[in-house]
Design a protein around this ligand. Structure first.
Ligand code: ZN
Length: 250
């Protein structure tokens, strides 16, 4: 059987001198793993498509053990991302997040579209990557059913917020009445931080990238979201995030 779908390359794993296995985020079939035969050979017709972030229409042949890529019509290669260490670091983290949450055979079109838009933003942007990161993290959580509760207390449903607390472990806001019990697993956030998170959740990533936010707020929210993602995606660490944090120090 042969199938055809738009997809983005999330990862490539070398299996021999000539061949690689590509992990694809596809529009029609969710995650796909398929071998790109000859993908590492410069003269192969599959070579231009056998790079991380390449977006195209993939024709794939179902195999007994492993699917095989037959041909690719490239829509956008996003080559600029691979030529710039900072762009590469951010986009690799976004790809690793997608790879973690998507499943074989399960579509996630809102995440697929947002991921593509985010790759375009990373290609064009020369600064403000941290805002794009924050936006992508929150939208990814929303689109895979892990959206933090930002409208009422996640513990009791209460609405009393003289001081606003956020709990990563509980998954959202903690009200004044519950702040005692959750004193040690929540942090204080301010009204602006809450407004920014709510705004991001209801706004397209392209629009988010254009707003001006105090950099100190973005840093604080990124720390909270990094922890939230580690906890709720049950991953102690992301290789690409470590790489990104190393790049940021340079
Ligand atoms: Zn409460």
């Amino acid at each position: 059987m042969i199938y055809k779908t738009d997809a983005v390359v999330l990862r490539k794993n070398k299996i021999s001198e000539a061949d690689v296995i590509l992990t694809l985020f596809s529009r029609k079939l969710g995650k796909i793993r398929a071998v790109s035969k000859g993908g590492r050979k410069p003269k192969s017709k599959l070579s231009p498509a056998s790079h991380i972030f390449v977006f195209g229409e993939f024709i794939v042949v179902r195999g007994r053990n492993l699917d095989r890529i037959s041909s690719v019509d490239i829509h956008e290669s996003f080559y600029k991302i691979r030529e710039d260490l900072r762009k590469l670091a951010y986009a690799s983290y976004f790809a690793e997040l997608c790879d973690t949450v998507i499943l074989e055979g399960v579509t996630n079109n809102r995440l697929f579209d947002t991921f593509l838009k985010t790759l375009s933003l990373v290609t064009e942007t020369v600064e403000d990557f941290e805002l794009i990161k924050l936006g992508f993290q929150l939208k990814l959580l929303d689109y895979c059913g892990l959206r933090p509760e930002l409208n009422k207390c996640v513990s009791c449903g209460g609405l009393q917020f003289k001081s606003i607390r956020f709990s990563t472990h509980q998954g959202g806001l903690i009200c004044d009445n519950c702040s005692g019990i959750h004193r040690f697993d929540s942090v204080t956030i301010n009204g602006t931080m809450l407004k920014v998170m709510r705004y991001i959740l209801k706004t397209d990533i392209i629009t988010i990238s254009k707003i001006k936010i105090n950099p100190a707020i973005i840093v604080k929210l990124n720390n909270i979201l990094d922890n939230y993602i580690r906890f709720h995606l049950e991953r102690k660490n992301f290789k690409s995030l470590e790489f990104l944090n190393t790049i940021k120090k340079i």
